[in-house]
Design a protein around this ligand. Structure first.
Ligand code: PEP
Ligand code: MN
Length: 475
């Protein structure tokens, strides 16, 4: 680990979109990429630690620990995302906004896998496409913040920046480098439990009722879910009759992990030169997750994050908000996907319901004029975050549904196709987004408002979203 000098003072540089202009492309990208070449680029959302020795100790430890995922698995996901980019598969990516170390428990991991599996069933039934499942899990710790500080009980304290940096508890807001090592071990334990559950039949399609709708109150949603499960069970029993039910794909599924690649010190340590099993050549893989994305706040063309991301073999995502110009979008794709690999980049659009109609058509047109073939994914959550009357951060379920419906329709109208959806959700009965089939109101928010960052869809609201996509595809 080396001391870096590329940090831009948080307060001075800020993170707002207006100030991104300050980060113009000032020089060419260095042709030589290394896991640390991002040190030469301006970085936003940087974390300043008080002891560089402790940072070095943490990074040395991380560098010595084994990969969490393998090139073989990463390549497999790349293949599936190629299918998605070609309209031959659909991607469901979802999970918490900020994963906490405390979420590393059997109950919480199972409940998140369960909701993703329930949604998968509905989506497979509706889209009639193979489904690619990617959790925001096993490493979704670091959070970009719009302000470095916040007011709590009249005091200004540092914002919570994710469990791998500081603690949510107000007494733990000083960045602590040992949390980077804890992040690795919590990711490893989470991933281990996911792997063992899947290999022990958790996702067996013959038992979809095991993923019971524990928190869904709406009888209409329950009835609809039962219709889907009945249809699938009937199909499976038909396949059994004709002896076509022996495929192992019915008993297990592929499940991939992802997180925002925000904390580059951590990512750099987990970036390893490993043999690509398809051609035997050694290449750089980020072995902390199968899929990583660049956030809306860190996608500056000449910035540290884009520099880091351009060198890894993993399929990657870029959050695309309404302030992204078509030219900027094309430049980012040229940097991140110089070899025009189909499905290498997933564009995760998060415009907001009021902006999507103005912006998405021009983005689709701009990408069409290039040789990049991307996965188009809609994140209908992040452009629709607002303050509730009581001051809690919330999202209106209507806005989420409307942005998603518009994404589906605008792609179709522009001779394109929506290939996936990215959601902040939980399998629990939280009350964080208003609306949905449970009819949550502003006053209901405080009942079970449990998020430490952005508001998530509840189990019931998540299923509603899956049905919206399924219904749209079926009509
Ligand atoms: C997120 O996905 O939690 C996030 C911060 O999103 P965005 O970068 O799109 O704002
Ligand atoms: Mn979020």
């Amino acid at each position: 680990a080396k001391l870096r000098s590329n940090s831009i003072d948080y307060a001075e540089y800020g993170t707002s979109h207006e100030r991104r202009d300050n980060l113009r492309l000032t020089d060419e990208h260095p042709s030589e990429w290394t896991p640390t070449s991002w040190h030469t680029k301006p970085i936003v959302q940087d974390v300043i630690y008080s002891s560089m020795e402790d940072v070095e100790l943490a990074l040395e430890k991380l560098e010595a620990l084994p990969p969490l995922v393998s090139p073989y698995e990463i390549n497999n996901l790349q293949e599936k995302l190629r299918d998605a980019a070609l309209g031959k598969a659909f991607v469901l990516q979802g999970g918490d906004c900020a994963e906490l170390f405390d979420y590393c428990s059997q109950e919480r991991i199972e409940s998140k896998m369960k909701i993703l599996l329930q949604m998968s069933l509905v989506l497979i039934w509706g889209t009639k496409l193979p489904l690619v499942r990617i959790g925001r899990i096993a490493g979704q710790f670091a959070k970009p913040r719009s302000s470095p500080t916040e007011e709590v009980d009249g005091k200004t304290i540092p914002s919570f920046r994710g469990d791998n940096i500081n603690g949510f508890d107000v007494s733990e807001r000083t960045p602590d480098p040992s949390r980077l090592v804890s992040a690795y071990f919590h990711s490893a334990a989470t991933l281990n439990f996911i792997r063992s559950s899947l290999s022990s039949g958790f996702a067996d399609l013959h038992r979809p009722f095991d993923w019971s709708l524990s928190h869904v109150q709406s009888s209409a949603v329950k009835a609809r879910y039962k219709t889907v499960v009945d249809a699938i069970t009937e199909g499976l029993s038909f396949m059994k009759t004709i002896g076509a039910d022996k495929s192992s794909t019915l008993e297990s599924i592929d499940f991939y992990t992802s997180h925002e690649g925000l904390m580059l010190e951590f990512e750099q340590c987990l970036t390893r030169k490993l043999r690509d099993p398809t051609d035997g050549k050694c290449k750089w893989y980020n072995t902390a997750a199968h899929f990583l994305w660049i956030g809306e706040r860190t996608r500056q063309i000449n910035g540290a994050h884009v520099e880091y991301f351009r060198g890894i073999m993993n399929p990657i995502g870029v959050k695309v908000g309404a302030s992204m110009t078509a030219d900027e979008l094309v430049t980012i794709l040229d940097i991140l996907d110089p070899d025009n690999i189909v499905g290498k980049v997933t564009l995760i659009t998060r415009y907001g319901v009021g902006n999507i109609s103005n912006v998405l058509p021009s983005h689709i047109a701009a990408v069409k004029r290039t040789n990049h073939k991307v996965v188009w994914m809609s994140d209908p959550c992040h452009g629709n975050t607002k303050s509730s009357i009581s001051g809690l951060k919330t999202r209106d379920f209507e806005d989420i549904m409307n942005e998603l419906a518009l994404a589906l329709q605008i792609h179709k109208d522009n001779d394109s196709q929506l290939n996936g959806v990215h959601l902040e959700l939980t399998g629990d009965a939280v009350t964080e987004c208003i609306g949905g089939s449970a009819g949550l109101t502003d006053e209901d928010l405080q009942i079970r408002y449990q998020t430490v960052c952005d508001p998530r869809l509840s189990e019931s609201q998540s299923l509603d979203v899956a049905f919206l996509i399924a219904d749209w595809c079926k009509k």
